[in-house]
Design a protein around this ligand. Structure first.
Ligand code: HEC
Ligand code: HEC
Length: 246
């Protein structure tokens, strides 16, 4: 109790001097980042207070673990966890920390519609009003397939990779590597789409390539079906495919 009183007395002095210095700088004394030793000596300390999560694909979650320590000499209760936006969720594994104790905080950032370098912060407050702040940085790589599952692969921004590369290609091999290999494999071994080995019926191949199989993943590639391939290209491609594995 006595110790507490002395402590809060000290705190008051400290607080007043902080307030005065803050007034000098015309700043409100709000957030006190850990690391910068300011007047309210932070009891909750992030270790470290700056984490780089690296590169994350747009739409994926950026996940990081932070550690926070109670470096004070009394119990700390984390009463609030704030983050820089609704897209960032942080939850300490434990809220009550013994002196010297620590806990892990899992931070999950939803990267939907983000682009390039990004920065998020997490601010903890304990029951005595101490703050501690940590910063997460990461880089969001754009993902052309996000949100495009129901779109034609030949339209809009999809065309750059699924339509345009066929332009001007003459040989079966060139056409295949321009607009087919991404789904059927560079050696026709299959990927998202099935293997195209041992498909020896050129007529059948022409029909499938021109008209598709009625799915969005394998649409008709002929010009009259909205695709990129001319009649001559469909024919060259089918001939080439049908003669590879006798
Ligand atoms: C930057 C080039 C690029 C763009 C733009 C692009 N794609 Fe793709 N797409 C690829 C590549 C490469 C693959 C092969 C698989 C992979 O790497 O993901 C592929 C594979 C696919 C697949 C099969 C794999 C799967 O996820 O089912 C579909 C379907 C597809 N793309 C649809 C689209 C649609 C729809 C769009 C437009 C919203 C689009 N793509 C835009 C390059 C691209
Ligand atoms: C965006 C991915 C994608 C692209 C690009 C693509 N295909 Fe397909 N293809 C598929 C999928 C997936 C199937 C299986 C049918 C389905 O589920 O829609 C398929 C099926 C086929 C089939 C029927 C195979 C069988 O055994 O039934 C043939 C032939 C074929 N594709 C040839 C081609 C050729 C040639 C090209 C290039 C002009 C091409 N595909 C481009 C995804 C693709």
């Amino acid at each position: 109790m006595v110790v507490k009183l002395i402590k809060s007395g000290l705190m008051l002095v400290v607080f007043i001097s902080f307030f005065l210095s803050a007034c000098n700088q015309h700043q409100a004394p709000q957030i006190i980042p850990s690391g910068e030793k300011t007047v309210l000596d932070s009891v909750l300390e992030f270790e470290p207070d700056h984490v780089d999560l690296g590169v994350v694909k747009e739409g994926d979650e950026a996940i990081g673990f932070l550690r926070v320590r109670n470096s004070g000499d009394s119990m700390a209760n984390i009463v609030s966890v704030e983050t820089s936006c609704g897209c960032t969720v942080a939850e300490p594994e434990q809220r009550l920390l013994m002196p010297g104790g620590f806990t892990r905080i899992k931070v999950v950032v939803d990267t939907f519609a983000k682009q390039g370098a990004a920065k998020k912060w997490i601010l903890l407050t304990d029951d005595a009003g101490h703050h501690s702040k940590a910063e997460l940085i990461f880089h969001v790589q754009s993902n052309p397939h996000l949100d495009g599952s129901s779109r034609s692969i030949f339209q809009g921004k999809c065309a750059a990779c699924h339509y345009k590369p066929a332009k001007g290609k003459v040989t079966g091999s060139d056409i295949y590597h321009a607009v087919c290999a991404m789904c059927h494999g560079s050696d026709r071994q299959g990927a998202t789409g099935p293997s195209l080995k041992h498909h020896n019926d050129a007529g059948m191949l022409s029909a499938v390539i021109a008209n598709g199989v009625g799915s969005q993943h394998m649409p008709g590639f002929a010009v009259d079906k909205g695709g990129p391939l001319t009649v001559a290209q469909v024919s060259a491609l089918s001939q080439w495919l049908s003669t590879l594995d006798e």
